[in-house]
Design a protein around this ligand. Structure first.
Ligand SMILES: C[S@@+](CC[C@H](N)C(=O)[O-])C[C@H]1O[C@@H](n2cnc3c(N)ncnc32)[C@H](O)[C@@H]1O
Length: 195
């Protein structure tokens, strides 16, 4: 991979609250599935990569179509869901968290910003083109992959996907957890670099 090439994941969480007012004892319920975000962060920066540099990974979480939280590779990777949840809550409450930046931004605004920066934005979708048949995927390019939550994509996100004509890519014939999709894409890129 070229130095500086970023692999970005966009996790769309339309049902989560922007207030960061959840209890650590009930992340799925009070956090309106913030546990999915914690597992995706662990997959992206913890157990997912084996040789792709963490400094060249990013996870952007779209919260309620109102805010985006952009996580960059931390120096010390949190070890459990609650530690990730603390970072998410602090960031949503406006506290300064070293490697997290917060913007008031919709999914459409995010896609537009990434495209203006030169990113190829792909949609991970069980009904898309199999990833090994997508000739345009290059490890030397800036690639962003959008994922849905436990319900898939909501109608507002589907409208953005259609409006921006984003290509849909499939990882396999069955539906996987979002966190496993992140690990699978990182592994796929690692294999492209090392074979
Ligand atoms: C748990 S799945 C969503 C649930 C599923 N769509 C449903 O409603 O039964 C979470 C997200 O992971 C991604 N995903 C899951 N399986 C996939 C696959 N086989 N290929 C590509 N993306 C996948 C999609 O972005 C999906 O929205």
């Amino acid at each position: 991979m070229a130095p500086g090439t970023q692999l970005t994941f966009i996790l769309v969480m339309p049902g989560m609250s922007v207030r960061g007012d959840f209890s650590y004892k009930d992340l799925p319920g009070t956090g309106r599935r913030v546990d999915i975000v914690c597992r995706c962060l662990a997959a992206c920066f913890g157990w997912g990569p084996s040789c792709w540099p963490r400094s060249q990974l990013r996870l952007v979480v779209s919260v309620a179509h109102q805010k985006t939280l952009t996580f960059r590779g931390p120096d010390i990777v949190p070890e459990c869901e609650v530690e990730w949840a603390e970072l998410i809550r602090d960031a949503l409450r406006g506290e300064s968290v070293g490697y997290v930046s917060v913007r008031d931004e919709s999914v459409a605004g995010l896609v537009s910003r990434l495209q203006q920066r030169g990113d190829h934005v792909w949609v991970l979708d069980e009904s898309g083109t199999p990833i090994d048949r997508v000739g345009a995927l290059r490890t030397s390019a800036q690639n962003s992959f959008m994922l849905g939550d436990h319900r898939g994509f909501d109608s507002q996100t589907e409208e953005v996907i259609v409006e921006y004509d984003l290509p849909r890519v499939r990882l396999g014939p069955v539906s996987y957890l979002s966190s496993h999709c992140i690990a699978a894409v990182i592994s796929y890129f690692e294999r492209m670099v090392h074979t």
